[in-house]
Design a protein around this ligand. Structure first.
Ligand code: COA
Length: 168
């Protein structure tokens, strides 16, 4: 069995930025488990089942990529998968402080686990799940920034939630 890395996140929803990290990590590690946080601190737009379904549909069938959910401490989940590596993507400077804090806390919780960072491709430097949700909620085009299934699900979500036009 080769090196397996755990790629955790809330993935609310998965973006092309996440997929780019995934693709590139596959050239380094033997297998990747995408670990979807079932109860992230931030409130999610999509349910756990929806977030996992969008990931599964976005990744091409690959026997080196697994999609799972986890709850509780990430380090405990990593140990349960018999891995010791966490993968995270880094975008702008603004990510650095949070990621630094997260990786140091994880190291404090379990000193055997290492966090590996891959720099996001410049094309995805400015996107985040939040900014994509905001644009989609206001009717903006998000084609090309997220996988097709995510585009479709966001449209559905915001069509349902759209307030009645009470113009006069
Ligand atoms: N390109 C574009 N955007 C990217 C990206 C990339 N390559 N990588 C991350 N992002 C964006 C995401 O879109 C997301 O945007 P948002 O903040 O607007 O939603 C943001 O960066 C980070 O999201 P994500 O990658 O899904 O991770 P997260 O920060 O939501 O995940 C956990 C955090 C789940 C890993 C962390 O909270 C955790 O481990 N929780 C379990 C409890 C625990 O052990 N906590 C730590 C110790 S106490």
């Amino acid at each position: 069995m080769g090196k397996m890395v755990i790629y955790p996140g809330s993935f609310d929803p998965i973006t092309n930025g996440h997929l780019s990290i995934l693709r590139r990590a596959l050239t380094i590690f033997d297998s990747i488990t995408i670990a979807v946080a079932s109860d992230p601190m931030k409130k999610t737009l999509f349910t756990l089942a929806e977030r996992m379904e969008m990931i599964r549909e976005s990744i091409k069938k690959d026997d080196k990529v697994f999609v799972e959910s986890f709850s509780g401490l990430l380090v405990n989940y990593v140990v349960s998968k018999k891995s010791n590596i966490i993968l995270r993507g880094l975008r702008a400077l603004s990510d650095f402080e949070y990621e630094f804090q997260l990786s140091l806390m994880n190291r404090k919780l379990n000193g055997n686990i290492q966090t590996v960072f891959l720099m996001t491709d410049y094309r995805w430097f400015y996107i985040s799940s939040t900014i994509i949700k905001e644009a989609a909620s206001l009717g903006g085009t998000i084609n090309g920034l997220v996988p097709e299934i995510v585009c479709k699900k966001l449209k559905e979500k915001f069509a349902v939630n759209k307030p009645e036009n009470k113009g006069g």
